[in-house]
Design a protein around this ligand. Sequence first.
Ligand code: NAD
Length: 498
Amino acid sequence: MEAIGKANVADLKLADQYGPLINGEIVEAANGYFDSVNAATGEVLAQLGRGGKEDVDKAVEAARAAFPSWASTSIEERSILLNKIAEVLEENQDRLKLIECMDTGRAIHEFDLDYQLAINQFRYFAGAILTHYQGDSRPVDNGYLITKKEPLGVCAQIIPWNVPMIMTSFKLAPALAAGNTIVLKPAEDACISVIEFGKLLSDILPPGVVNMVPGYGNEAGQALIDHPDIDKLAFTGSVEVGRLVGRTAGDRILPVTLELGGKAPHIIFPDVDIETAVENATLGYTFFNGESCILGTRLFIHDDIYDEFVDKLIERAKEIKIGPPTDRSTRLASLINEKQGKRVLNYFEIARNEGAKILYGGNRVTVPGHEHGYFIEPTIIEAESHMRIAQEEIFGPAATVTRWSDIDEVVKAANEVDYGLAAGIMTDNMENGLAVANRMEAGSVWINSYFNFQTGAPFGGYKNSGVGREYSKEALDSYSQSKTIVAAYKRPPYGTFL
Ligand code: NAD
């Protein structure tokens, strides 16, 4: 899809309103609607339902009613349906990518990766359910021991705005595969592609298996986590709201998965090919517009190559094309909204005030015809690793650069952060690479290739980055419970207390 002007927005044939999706149909939102805008232009794309308790009650009721039948659908049938979902997502991806591009403000070319990951998720769990969900049985004295997996019931799932279809697939695919029914709350800032996908699901899945309630976090989201008839909470978003979801799960003894923030170190050894390493590091801090929890935003560069590396990093940053999100050649586009834009710019101010040095970038850029958007230059900041700019999640295209010379010290500094979602290492010496990878306090470590996602590899965080793993068969376990049945042909002649 080449450069797309505003005219093509009409071709998307968006609905005027996106109310809750309940029992396979879009219904009226009980509390009215609010505008969903194009992040870069401010143009109103559609009206989103302002979900609340009433909508959530209906959605949970639909999911509860659909559960017995979906839970007893054979795993072969569920596998077929998950493959069908992958197929339909693939067929509709161009339209959904464009919707998501306008909704989020991210550059259109990035969505090739998003949708590949999302499609893979459904295919992966279509397969995993057949091999990982069979249960087991073995003879014991006088009978059999049977262990089996059962779904949990109705799952409440809440996702953020940065990568809507990746998040939707991470949540829906394992939960559906395991036989659960779902109420999903997409983020208020980027929701349309998710509900459009939900409409496509209605032609594949029985009514009530997947329900969606759009709306604000403190209304629709809060009503969902507070609902008494939920069997599992799954949340991706900020640490602050994650704590709230975790507390609710604790109070009600509900299983919970939390995917929270990140602030990943990327350690560069002196033996690297500098051009390649700069390219990899640049991808690592700028992809997803910098709005992702997995970005490698804390660059630790060996003293021997520091000056040359940083010069080349700056040269590379200057070449990055900032432009309209819908232009295929754009590499950095608009942040999600003004609040996020101001937050990112404020972090640059914090960096200056704490003595860090902005080596390149740090400014908002105006893209003609897209004055509403917050386009931010790729920004490189020389900082000490304890500074706030090197410790807190910025969620914008910015990286700190810090020198290192001692391996133990750099490992310590890299790990001295509240998060532990991802880490990167670049070296020509795999012995060094693996030794450091083993010492990283992070759920995913990429050596020589940042974002090297492999389908089925567990994804999730250490420390404040969360609880549990997605993207892998561990996710199936987190959406199911195990049952042990010991079946004796006849009662033994003695009882436990005799
Ligand atoms: P957020 O926590 O504000 O919102 C996330 C979701 O939670 C939204 O749908 C929101 O409506 C909902 N929500 C907000 N308040 C709620 C409440 N009281 N009850 C229930 N739901 C509520 O986060 P955000 O600003 O939208 O997203 C950015 C954050 O998400 C970043 O911190 C980022 O690191 C994190 N994130 C993590 C991952 C991961 O896999 N670890 C992936 C993407 C984003």
